[in-house]
Ligand binder design. Structure first.
Ligand code: ATP
Length: 380
């Protein structure tokens, strides 16, 4: 399929569910799903992410509410409308690959096209064998004659992904599919899945509580806490402007700003941070090989930012940024100082330091950050 020919879908969810144990889900979201894009359903453990995904998949019914994709009503409890899973044309992949043990890899991957797919949107070019083509894209073609017991965890998950994609689903639902894999396997598979979605134009919803995974893979994010949707938006907007302290806490305490690698030499990277025209250049210790031009997020913890009045302070830090104090808020025994350095940045300082520096909103300061304290997450 030519990804450019696919249209943006709109998913509208307004559901409620109450479990016997007392958990209450009351979730409203209204999101666009662009072809090939990834929406991340993010939140702490027990937030209700999997429950929502299962309702989207048609594996579970809400007590009340509606689920709509474009003009299709998947569920409307009041009107007694219920579209079964096979009529929703979604692909589903869980943390543990659920393959048929008695079938070969080839037959596992082809299962969906032989059993019930009527969409004919295989995601591959005309005349191609979708099973072969998707298996090749996911690097499991050579495993075609094996059985699931003969596969590693990463290989099995690739087969599960291939099986979900071969029928050409209009939406792929992923419930922590990388969670059980070791780090290198996880990193490779994340990259391959991202590429595959772009190539086939399939939009996906990914459940995760891993912020690195969310940043690496997501275009947009829905933050869930305690059974409710607390914030929705483009991933960099939500990470850089959490709606409230609960959302900020669930996302982590770091500033997350879009950046681009400029140069790489001698174990040090230079990255440009901030909006065009106001770029600030940061020096960053190189942990992973990143080529000039690579798009990344620069993550900086507030406790790693030191404030001073002159450029010479904290000479050991590589980065000394001119900053303006935007606001100061007490956070327990310390103060959180929000700065404008050409990009938004927070610093945590003791009250005594704040008094010594005589900081007030509008003060000009120098923010010092060590090159080893800037963490880069590549965009894939
Ligand atoms: P995690 O990241 O740990 O997977 P989650 O955000 O996906 O968490 P859910 O799995 O949706 O959370 O669970 C939300 C809450 O609903 C939890 O408290 C869970 O124990 C409860 N829950 C989920 N399914 C059921 C069920 N069938 N019966 C009773 N309680 C349930």
């Amino acid at each position: 399929m030519d990804p450019s020919s696919a249209l943006t879908s709109v998913l509208r969810v307004d559901v409620a569910r109450r479990f016997a144990g007392g958990f209450r889900l009351s979730a409203v979201m209204d999101v666009e799903l662009r072809p090939g894009s990834m929406l991340v359903l993010f939140g702490p453990s027990g937030a209700g992410k999997t429950t929502i995904l299962r309702q989207l998949a048609g594996l579970e019914r809400p007590d009340a509410g509606t689920i709509r994709l474009d003009d299709e009503v998947w569920c409307d409890v009041t009107a007694s409308v219920w579209r079964p899973p096979q009529a929703r044309h979604i692909g589903l992949v869980f943390q543990e690959p659920t393959l048929f043990p008695h079938l070969t890899v080839r037959d596992n991957i082809g299962y969906g096209v032989r059993h019930g797919s009527d969409r004919g949107r295989t995601g591959v070019g005309p005349g191609s064998d979708p099973v072969e083509e998707i298996a090749t894209m996911l690097g499991v073609k050579d495993l075609a004659n094996r059985h699931p017991r003969e596969l590693s965890g990463g290989e099995a998950q690739r087969v599960a992904l291939a099986r979900a994609l071969v029928p050409g689903p209009r939406l792929l639902l992923l419930d922590e599919p990388f969670g059980a894999l070791d780090m290198p396997t996880r990193a490779r598979l994340r990259r391959d899945v991202r590429g595959l979605l772009h190539r086939t134009g399939t939009p996906a919803i990914l459940v995760t509580h891993d912020r690195t995974e969310a940043l690496e893979m997501g275009d947009a994010v829905v933050v869930m806490i305690g059974g409710r949707v607390r914030q929705t938006g483009p991933i960099s907007d939500v990470f850089s402007h959490p709606a409230d302290v609960d959302v900020a806490a669930s996302l982590g305490v770091e500033a997350v700003v879009p950046a681009r690698v400029l140069t790489s030499s001698g174990g040090l990277l230079e990255v440009a941070v901030g909006s065009a025209g106001r770029d600030v250049v940061l020096q960053v210790a190189e942990r992973d090989a990143l080529a000039p031009g690579a798009d990344v997020y620069a993550c900086i913890r507030a406790e790693d930012v030191t404030l001073g009045m002159q450029l010479s302070t904290h000479a050991s830090a590589r980065n000394h940024l001119e900053a303006r104090v935007v606001s100061i808020n007490a956070e327990g025994p310390v103060d959180r100082v929000s700065l404008d350095c050409g990009f938004p940045l927070d610093a945590l300082i003791t009250r005594r330091s704040r008094e010594e520096l005589n900081l007030t909103p509008g003060s000009q300061v120098t923010a010092a950050i060590k090159a080893t304290n800037v963490h880069l997450v590549p965009r894939i």
